[in-house]
Design a protein around this ligand. Structure first.
Ligand code: EPZ
Length: 427
């Protein structure tokens, strides 16, 4: 298995280009099966999750043409199969977006139960509630979610929890239903808005995406479209916190989430915003603060490991409350091996800042925690080796190359010999 070898100590300096948002690209790719016409998507991130979804779509008969790493043309007019049980598909969370898309278009779908980062129970009851409200039968059998409907009729659906995935899946199932669907207490994340914009560019009639009430007037037909995926704010935020932790000076192109800027300012970074980029300068010692992850526009749960790494080196005691997932502090054990002083009690981390991290051999437990451990390695004294970087590559394209581009000493290695070679090279 491949690993990252990192020598800490270099401040990150320079500009980094942010790719398309993984969590917007995944539902947009799935939704492209809802038309028989050709769909052209650009600014798609070339990461494992999007590639796994594309190959599962090819396996059910979607014609996929990669014009380049970030551009893809899709035509789903000859779909041969409404059962998606591709082995890989179980490994990614977004596989379940094919349910909403195929149900919405064909009134039938059978998709393997989703996988994804092990950060909590990852329930799907709200998805099922929405599909049933629209008139679909839903059952779980032999590891598949099976849905079908004579007719899909608009409904007034009140979400019991704010769920990005359920909001997206119900939106796709409703977009060609008879009548109007109202989703109350819907997720407002930028990627929910991006999917609504994509569907509207295909002829859908969706209003209110980005607020907590989304109205969808069913249409009979969706046509082809050309669409560019929004930039990935979590990738941007990850590099911004890497700049903060390494006392660097990094410009991220294009921009990111306001809530991330607010926290960087609170811990003592300087942040300069321009029209299409943002610069983070971290010259002063980091200060403690309090953070609670919340649905958008609150501080994103996908940035929780990254800010915890920064607060682990901040003066004083900080508190991080994870209100979205029930098991998203697993990485703290790994960070402790690097010298962090953090106590986790249920969904709260009490962080006593230390003066330094030291390099160690650690494992990435999931996508964002893996990226956060890389950030810790970039500032730790000595060498850090991170295992299971498979998780990181699910959502970060060319992560080590982009970090090297702004001064990091990081390389992908695959065995002890290559690790020793890296150590010789950097010492
Ligand atoms: C999406 O996951 C993202 N994944 C996650 O990003 C992100 O952390 C999460 O949204 C929150 O922003 C993708 O977009 C592929 P939820 P999702 O449904 O849709 C509970 C990353 O790092 N819930 O908003 O699975 C659920 O258990 C990944 O890129 C139910 O109870 O998240 C959780 O506690 C990690 N019933 C909360 O809601 C349901 O039916 C939020 O989950 C659905 C969710």
């Amino acid at each position: 298995m491949e690993q990252y070898a990192i020598k800490g100590g270099n401040p990150l300096v320079g500009e980094v280009e942010i790719g398309g948002a993984k969590n917007a690209a995944l539902p947009i790719l799935a939704a492209s099966v809802m038309t028989d016409e050709t769909v052209y998507i650009e600014n798609m991130p070339d990461v494992r999750d999007t590639n796994v979804l594309l190959s599962a779509m090819e396996n059910i008969g979607v014609i996929v043409k990669r014009t380049d790493r970030h551009k893809v043309t899709l035509n789903a007019s000859n779909i041969s199969e409404l059962v998606v049980e591709d082995e890989n598909i179980k490994k990614i969370r977004a596989s379940y977006y094919l349910i909403g898309a195929l149900l919405g278009k064909y009134k039938h779908a059978e998709v393997a139960l989703p996988g994804g980062c092990d950060i909590g129970c990852r329930a799907i009851d709200q998805h099922i509630k929405g599909f049933r409200a629209l008139g679909a039968d839903v059952k779980i059998e032999h590891g598949l979610i099976k849905t079908q409907a004579e007719h899909l009729r608009g409904s007034h659906i009140y979400m019991d929890v704010v769920s990005v995935g359920a909001t997206i899946n119900i939106m796709m199932a409703a977009v060609m239903a008879e009548g109007t669907t109202i989703i109350e207490n819907s997720a407002k994340e930028p990627h929910v808005v991006d999917l609504a914009n994509f569907l509207n560019s295909m002829g859908a009639n969706i209003k209110g995406a980005g607020t907590d009430v989304i109205r969808i007037k069913g249409v009979s037909h969706l046509h082809g479209t050309e669409y560019a995926v929004i930039p990935d704010q979590i990738e941007a935020g990850t590099f911004m916190f890497a700049a903060a932790v390494t006392k660097g000076d990094v410009t991220v192109i294009p921009k990111h989430l306001e809530s991330i800027t607010a926290k960087l300012l609170e811990i003592g970074c300087e942040v300069e915003e321009a029209d299409d980029c943002i610069r983070v300068v971290a010259s002063k010692p980091l200060q403690h603060t309090q953070v609670k992850t919340l649905p958008y526009p609150g501080f994103p749960t996908d940035m929780q490991p990254q800010i915890t790494v920064a607060l682990g080196l901040s003066k004083g005691t900080s508190i991080v409350t994870e209100s979205i997932f029930e098991n998203r502090f697993k990485y703290v054990d790994e960070l402790t091996r690097m010298g962090a002083n953090i106590k986790v009690e249920s969904n709260i981390a009490i962080i006593n800042g230390v003066t330094r991290y030291t390099g160690a051999r650690v494992n990435a437990p999931d996508l964002r925690a893996g990226a956060a451990l890389v950030i810790a390695g970039l500032v730790a004294e000595g060498i850090t080796v991170i295992d299971d970087i498979y998780f990181i590559e699910r959502g970060y394209e060319e992560f080590d190359q982009k970090l090297r581009g702004i001064g990091a000493q990081i390389e992908k290695v695959s065995d002890e010999k290559e690790i020793q070679k890296f150590i010789l090279k950097v010492s």
